[in-house]
Structure formats: structure tokens, C-alpha cells
Design a protein around this ligand. Structure first.
Ligand SMILES: Cc1cc2nc3c(=O)[nH]c(=O)nc-3n(C[C@H](O)[C@H](O)[C@H](O)COP(=O)(O)O)c2cc1C
Length: 180
């Protein structure tokens, strides 16, 4: 796919076959994450956690379902891989720079999602489960994050039977104003 076809084909995939991604595919994900731009080039402010342990995935899924008050849902969609993107905790004394932590994490996640699209892997941004993780100290402890890092967003990944094709993208989904 060329870049624009990848952008216009990308969609959130929420059904997975259960088959794990290969080591080569995971490497492409990591390379894509590392290719992301990071504010002021401070790559040390971002951390990635690859979660493929079924017990931990189950616990995160259950915590997110509980957060949504619905034990019957699976907010991780039974994806076999979750890549969590964490940022160094923003400096509370520098509020104007706070957003950079989340912007960095979102760009890293999006790079991986675009790469997954190119590889025909299913991928979905996961905010709900990230919020659920953040509320549970026992889950945070299991993630073994570097000190002072906070989970910001995540990408669910796995093989899927869904297909990607270029979509019609309306130009007015996002409001705009013009200053001419
Ligand atoms: C910041 C962010 C958080 C999201 N969190 C979730 C999530 O927790 N669960 C989910 O199923 N989709 C999540 N999504 C996917 C959006 O619902 C989806 O991108 C949007 O509805 C547009 O659909 P599309 O991705 O298929 O184009 C998230 C997307 C973004 C950008």
C-alpha cells in the first residue's frame, strides 16, 4: 500500500482470530513505534510494554469491563497482544507542557496502527482499558513500568479475518474554520 491508501484503509478492528502475531510482525510494530516523532526528541520519556501473557490480558480485560459496569463485554476484544504506551509523568509544575506526554504516546500508538494496517493485522486503539489499568495499583505493579511512568494509551493487535480497503472519508467529520 502507498501511504495514502494505508491512511484511508485504516479502521478499528475489533474481531480477532486468536492467532498470535509473529515475531517479525512484532518487530515491525516496535520499529514503527521507534520511528515516531517525540517532542524535543526525548525518546527517554516514552516506554512500551508488550503484553502477550494471557493471564494479564484477562485481568486487564476484566478490569476494563468492570470499569464500564458490564462484565459481559471484552474491551480488549480477545486480541492476543496489547502494546501499552506509557509516558513519563508530566511535571505538575509545568502545566503548559502536560499535553506533550499524551501527544507523544498517541503518535507512537498511531504509527503502530498504521503499520498493522499495512501488514493486514487487526489493530484498535484502546483507551478504556488503559484508564482501567490506571485505576488499579495491582495491575500497574504487574506492568513493571519504569519509575514515574504512567500508562497513556494502548493498541490491541492480532490476526483478523477482516479486510482493509480504501474507505470513503467524509471531509466534514471534523469541524473546521478558516482564517483567510
Ligand atoms: C484516543 C482514542 C481512544 C480510543 N479508545 C478506544 C477504546 O478504548 N476502545 C475501542 O474499541 N476503540 C477505541 N478507539 C477507536 C475509536 O472508537 C475509532 O477510532 C473511531 O470510532 C473511528 O473509527 P475507525 O477507527 O474505524 O475509523 C479509540 C480511538 C482513539 C483515537
Amino acid at each position: 500500500m502507498n501511504t495514502l491508501d494505508t491512511l484511508f484503509s485504516r479502521k478499528s478492528v475489533r474481531s480477532y482470530t486468536g492467532e498470535q502475531i509473529t515475531a517479525e510482525e512484532l518487530e515491525v510494530m516496535l520499529k514503527s513505534a521507534n520511528a515516531a516523532p517525540i517532542g524535543m526528541g526525548r525518546y527517554e520519556n516514552i516506554h512500551i510494554t508488550i503484553i502477550q501473557n494471557p493471564d494479564l490480558l484477562y485481568k486487564i480485560d476484566a478490569a476494563a469491563a468492570a470499569m464500564f459496569n458490564n462484565p459481559n463485554i471484552h474491551p480488549l476484544y480477545k486480541a492476543p497482544t496489547l502494546i501499552l504506551v506509557s509516558s513519563k509523568r508530566p511535571d505538575p509544575n509545568n502545566k503548559s507542557m502536560e499535553n506533550i506526554a499524551f501527544s507523544n504516546a498517541a503518535i507512537v500508538a498511531h504509527n503502530m496502527v498504521l503499520a498493522a494496517t499495512e501488514l493486514d493485522l487487526g489493530a484498535c486503539y484502546i483507551w478504556g482499558a488503559t484508564a482501567a489499568i490506571s485505576k488499579k495499583s495491582d495491575l500497574i505493579a504487574e506492568l513493571n513500568l519504569p519509575e514515574n511512568f504512567i500508562p497513556c494509551c494502548a493498541v490491541a493487535l492480532g490476526k483478523t479475518d477482516e479486510k482493509y480497503s480504501v474507505r470513503e472519508i467524509p471531509l466534514n467529520r471534523i469541524t473546521k474554520n478558516e482564517i483567510l
